[in-house]
Design a binder for this molecule. Structure first.
Ligand code: NAD
Ligand code: KPL
Length: 305
């Protein structure tokens, strides 16, 4: 059985595509005793337009030990969620982290270096426009790679287990590079959309974006190089950012959506992560710092009553 910690948009997407009899959601630690139903039901609109009702049991009994744990909490919740849940899990159960950005995955691998910890980078897109409804809004692909030594031989079986969903899943030998590749694009789109309050394509003509994108790409290129990643010229980084912004022009980014719903954003794991790595490596990162600060400010403003 595959257990999923984080019964939100991405968790419901995987639960809805994986064979139904083989998945369960792990409740929050503080919810275990107070769940009023023993399953979660919702309607999943698949990418091909078809819709199906999905019912996923909550994993309340330690007897139902999973063969695999997918972690689909937000980056900022992940370490805490695992701190309270991992004591119940056998030490050899593979754990797959689906968080965007970077920093949360490393924190988990550092905290449990002897467990098989893997990271997934996915371009699948899911959202929940209303309670009880989950939409598979973007068909993408998922790459899975090892973060700890014990996870290395498990990449292939984990890919095989996830592929039973029918979604496209690949093994990845350099998951850090894959996570950085996605982070670079998110670092050039998400904060701008959240600050400007516009969809992805609309940042491209905005004065604030045009003023900061070039120095932002210079900062990211310097950090990538110092991190030992595949070096990218600032112009190439900008091209990647703008290709995705055009391809997803009408999208509300995850960060703007978090801002609109008064939720904590993942800025600390995107531009905030680049800023922290830059500072640690002696690289000036004023634009990443400014974007991180501005997102924190507007997010704070959006949750005020
Ligand atoms: P979400 O907010 O819809 O879901 C997160 C879920 O985690 C929520 O249901 C929340 O209640 C639950 N949660 C929070 N703390 C918990 C805890 N301590 N224990 C158990 N559950 C807890 O977010 P999402 O859109 O599903 O995104 C999850 C992660 O996946 C993020 O890092 C996001 O960047 C990444 N991601 C999402 C998508 C997508 O399309 N939604 C795509 C790629 C990556
Ligand atoms: O990953 C995304 C996000 O919103 O987090 C992009 C690529 C910007 C698409 O909206």
């Amino acid at each position: 059985m595959i257990a999923i910690l984080g019964a939100g948009s991405l968790g419901q997407l995987w639960a809805g595509y994986l064979p139904t009899a083989k998945v369960a959601f792990v409740p929050r630690h503080d919810e275990t005793a107070v769940l009023c139903a023993n399953s979660l039901s919702y309607r999943l609109q698949r990418f091909d337009g078809s819709a199906r009702s999905v019912t996923v049991p909550w994993l309340t009994s330690p007897a139902g030990q999973p063969s695999l744990l997918l972690v689909t909490t937000k980056a900022g919740d992940t370490l805490g969620a695992l701190e309270s849940r991992l004591p119940d899990l056998p030490p050899d159960t593979p754990i797959v982290l689906f968080q965007n950005g970077m920093g949360s995955q490393q924190a988990v691998a550092d905290r449990w270096p002897h467990r098989p910890v893997l990271a997934a980078s996915t371009t699948e897109g899911a959202n929940r426009p209303e309670r009880g409804q989950t939409i598979h809004a973007g068909k993408g692909e998922t790459w899975v790679g090892a973060l700890t030594d014990r996870a290395r031989p498990l990449i292939a079986p984990v890919v095989q287990a996830l592929a039973t969903s029918g979604l496209t899943v690949h093994g990845e030998t350099n998951i850090h590079q894959r996570l950085w590749d996605k982070l670079v694009v998110n670092a050039g789109i998400n904060a701008f959309t959240a600050i400007l309050g516009c969809c992805n394509g609309d940042i491209l003509d905005h004065k604030f974006y045009l003023q900061h994108i070039e120095p932002l790409c210079v900062e990211i290129a310097a950090v990538l190089k110092a991190e030992g990643c595949q070096p990218l010229a600032p112009d190439t980084i900008r091209e990647r950012i703008e290709t995705v912004a055009r391809r997803t022009a009408k999208n509300t980014s995850s960060m703007l959506s978090d801002r609109q719903q008064g939720r904590t954003t993942e800025i600390d794991f995107i531009n905030g992560y680049v800023a922290r790595r830059g500072q640690a490596l002696g690289i000036d990162v004023p634009v990443n710092q400014m974007l991180t600060e501005q997102v924190r400010q507007v997010t704070h403003a959006s949750v005020r009553p």
